[in-house]
Design a protein around this ligand. Structure first.
Ligand SMILES: Nc1ncnc2c1ncn2[C@@H]1O[C@H](COP(=O)(O)OP(=O)(O)OP(=O)(O)O)[C@@H](O)[C@H]1O
Length: 233
């Protein structure tokens, strides 16, 4: 079976940086797997997530989604592939501030007929279901995203990532602004939605309490200090 995500001999350096930022021999994530990715600040976790989602392209080696090599696609093809198959909760959320909460959640279905066709019921019904499960009061749904608190925006970003059941869900420190109760409810919703749909989940966090909820842990070292990503099951 083709993994949802596979990384092979991947190297990446930011422009004007001589040494590679990332140098990963191999990493593969199957459908239904939930992976906790952790490592020291600045080691390249967010960079790796961007490579996994085709936002960035590797300098050498391969990052593949469902067997398709991101490096062989044009920027336009990458954008289309990402919206069709990947739900991405960015560290800075990347909500469109002038759009309403519900329209932000609906965006992947607007850009991808595939995401729209995979929604539970209509896209709007699925958006409403996810916002409810994320504990966002109905009174907020028509408000512009910029009027929400940081923790509320984080939950809108998660609902947008989950709508239309993408094969891969990427979450970059998605609970940093949530209190303990909200964090647990958020994780319950995110993980049960991924499990129910057999979406692969790659989750980055510095929070060790969250690590316990994941069956698979991948440690990304700072390669100035160590050579390769190691893994502890
Ligand atoms: N757009 C960019 N241009 C140049 N360098 C960048 C860019 N984005 C990140 N970097 C550099 O790449 C390195 C890794 O950054 P990245 O955000 O991937 O680390 P991280 O492990 O996610 O960090 P943290 O845990 O603090 O969020 C850092 O040294 C950072 O300065």
């Amino acid at each position: 079976m083709i993994p949802v995500l596979s990384v092979d001999q991947l190297r990446f350096a930011w422009p004007r940086h001589e040494a590679p930022m990332l140098d990963i021999e191999t990493l593969s994530v199957d459908a239904g797997e939930a992976v906790f990715l952790h490592g020291p600040s600045g080691c390249g976790k967010s960079t790796l997530l961007s490579l996994m989602a085709g936002v960035l392209v590797a300098d050498a080696g391969h990052a593949k989604l469902l067997g398709h090599d991101w490096g062989k696609l044009t920027r336009r093809q990458r954008d289309r592939t990402r919206v069709a198959h990947v739900g991405y909760i960015f560290q800075q959320f990347n909500l469109l501030s002038y759009l309403s909460v519900i329209d932000n959640v609906l965006l992947p279905c607007r850009f991808s007929p595939r995401r729209a066709s995979r929604a539970d019921g209509t896209p709007r019904a699925h958006a409403e279901q996810l916002l409810q499960r994320m504990g966002l009061d109905k009174a907020l749904w028509q408000r512009p995203a910029l009027q929400l608190s940081v923790g509320q925006q984080q939950r809108v970003a998660a609902a947008r990532a989950l709508i239309g059941h993408p094969e891969l869900v990427i979450a970059d420190e998605p609970t940093s602004a949530l209190d303990e109760d909200r964090r647990e409810a958020f994780l319950d919703t995110l993980m049960s939605a991924c499990e129910a749909n057999r979406s692969a989940l790659v989750f980055v966090s510095h929070d060790r309490r969250i690590a316990e909820r994941f069956g698979r842990h991948v440690w990304l070292p700072d390669i100035n200090r160590a050579a390769l990503a190691s893994e502890s099951q």
